[in-house]
Design a protein around this ligand. Structure first.
Ligand code: ATP
Ligand code: MG
Length: 516
């Protein structure tokens, strides 16, 4: 029979004590709260004692949201997605992290929502080596980290590149009534980045669509694909049917994506289409959480929200990588009213505006840019030397033309010189017309400006201006089939050589006109 070896009582006590001492009694702090009520995407939670503003929270059914408001006995959370119904009693866990995005190079070419989940039907797998986390709100780079705006961001649109030039790192507002061609300018600018002009660095483009219809978004993505622009573009979209919180965070997320690439030294272009709808989403959220409403029922800090966002656009100094974010926010006006609350706010935050007018659009002047009311405060520094010299005279001629045009309404008896100026102005206006998706290179723009100032179009009837312009463009394109910029690049350093080169081209072209 097997003998059982009993422990004596002392040994048993010793054994129990040993076990007791090794037990890990350290409590793990799991901060969670309980849902008290849910109304219109806003969840009131009690017991969530250790959270901060903008902190991401997770519900035990898998939904996520972020903290909007904190008071002594409750926290208000806005939902970013709803996996299943959230009811009273559902647990909510804090994460200790501000809402952030996980991003890698794989994002280029994709259409994603504001949480960076793909909405183009393909999975998004991040490349581990380049994956980073970026918070959706970040301090804008300080003045010492920034460099000066000195490189052009070519839109390919004649009127903008010549008269209202944009530099990399600049914030330029596109403003105008509904249907005046704001989005078209933005899309053309993205498409134009395909052509690397004058040996410049390629630009990574981000198109952020806020509160638009899904069908609109689909046609924009289709156009970008058609012109092979998706190869270097990211579309971040929160459509009108998405939760309002997604519309609210989408431009912040688009900016974080931009910062990821800017920090790698890349040049980035971000289009926010549009910030009025963004302001609406913030107004809706603020009214839902019962913050006091200010002017036009917008919350008092709406200016601060947009200035925080647009300040993040920057040109970094070479020491800090030399990257840049150029921001083109879009704002829709009502009946040309530039003095409404949000338009004036954003005009004062940006470095200039491109003002599109419905009347001009209807007169057939497209892009419908009101050159008199549009400005670019820093872009001129980024224009090339030749362009700056030639564009200056065009700007002057156009402003004299506008002055005289208003004068002529009262007095038909104008002297000969004034009449000449009016005729020149009319021809410049014709030449600045441009159809969609037909972008111009720097060399072509220079050639046109040079031809205007040298009077090529002065003896051509207004109706024929476009025909002659097209002939000139075709003449140059056939002469320099490989690279139109050969004309420009070969004479990069010497203005006089370029000038005589352009004069020669113009003379040759005139000869072809006479022979026909
Ligand atoms: P919304 O306020 O509805 O967003 P929008 O200001 O963004 O409008 P777009 O959608 O870009 O305007 O353009 C309105 C219409 O004008 C479109 O049908 C577009 O094809 C046309 N359009 C825009 N630019 C030009 C142009 N340069 N030449 C001819 N048609 C143009
Ligand atoms: Mg639009």
């Amino acid at each position: 029979m097997k003998k059982i070896n009993f422990m004596n009582p002392d040994e048993i006590i010793q054994e129990i004590e040993k076990k007791l001492w090794t037990i890990n009694t350290k409590s793990k702090l799991t901060n969670f709260g309980i849902v008290e009520s849910v109304t219109d995407e806003i969840v009131t939670v009690s017991g969530l004692s250790n959270v901060g503003y903008y902190e991401k929270v997770e519900f035990d059914n898998g939904s996520i949201g972020f903290v909007l408001d904190i008071s002594e006995d409750r926290v208000l959370i806005i939902l970013l997605n709803t996996i299943k119904n959230i009811n009273c009693g559902t647990k909510v866990f804090s994460t200790g992290k501000v809402l952030d995005i996980t991003i890698s190079n794989e994002i280029i070419g994709r259409v994603v929502d504001a949480l960076l989940q793909p909405i183009d039907g393909k999975p998004l797998v991040h490349e581990i080596s380049s994956t980073k986390h970026y918070p959706i709100e970040r301090y804008a780079p300080g003045i010492t980290q920034r460099g000066t705006v000195n490189t052009p961001l070519k839109t390919g649109i004649k009127a903008i590149d010549i008269l209202i030039p944009i530099g990399r790192g600049q914030r330029e507002l596109l403003i105008g009534d509904r249907g005046t061609g704001k989005t078209s300018i933005a899309i053309d600018t993205i498409i134009n980045q395909k052509k690397i002009d004058m040996g410049l660095k390629k630009v990574i483009c981000i198109y952020c669509s806020i509160g638009q219809k899904k069908s609109n978004l689909a046609s924009i993505v289709a156009q970008l694909k058609k012109f092979q622009a998706m190869e270097y573009t990211i579309v971040v979209a929160a459509t009108a049917s998405d939760p309002v919180a997604m519309q609210y965070i989408s431009p912040l997320v688009a900016c974080s994506i931009g910062e990821y690439f800017m920090d790698k030294g890349e040049d980035v272009l971000i289009i926010y289409d549009d910030l009025i709808k963004h302001a609406w989403s913030y107004r809706q959220i603020s009214l839902l959480i019962k913050r006091p409403a200010g002017r036009e029922a917008y919350p008092g800090d709406i200016f601060y929200l947009h200035s925080r966002l647009l300040e993040r656009a920057a040109k970094m100094s070479d020491k800090n990588g030399g990257g840049s974010i150029t921001a083109l926010p879009i704002v829709e006006t009502q009946e040309n009213d530039l003095s409404a609350y949000i338009p004036t706010n954003i005009i004062s935050i940006t470095d200039g505006q491109i003002y599109l007018e419905y009347d001009l659009f209807n007169l057939g002047i497209r892009p419908a840019i009101n050159v008199g009311l549009s400005v670019s405060r820093v872009g001129g520094k980024a224009q090339t030397k030749f362009m700056k010299e030639l564009a200056g005279s065009i700007r002057l001629e156009l402003s004299r033309f506008r002055e005289l045009q208003s004068f002529i309404q009262f007095d038909n008896e104008l002297e000969k010189i004034s009449l000449q100026k009016i005729e020149r102005g009319k021809r410049i206006t014709e030449i600045l017309k441009q159809s969609q998706y037909d972008t111009y290179s720097e060399a072509l723009e220079l050639l046109l400006v040079f031809s205007i100032t040298n009077g090529l179009f002065d003896n051509v009837s207004i109706a024929d201006v476009i025909i002659i312009e097209q002939k000139l463009v075709n003449f140059i394109k056939t002469k320099y089939p490989k690279n139109l910029n050969e004309l420009l690049m070969s004479n990069k350093t010497n203005y006089n050589t370029l000038k005589s080169e352009l004069e020669k081209e113009l003379k040759d072209f005139k000869a072809t006109l006479n022979t026909k």
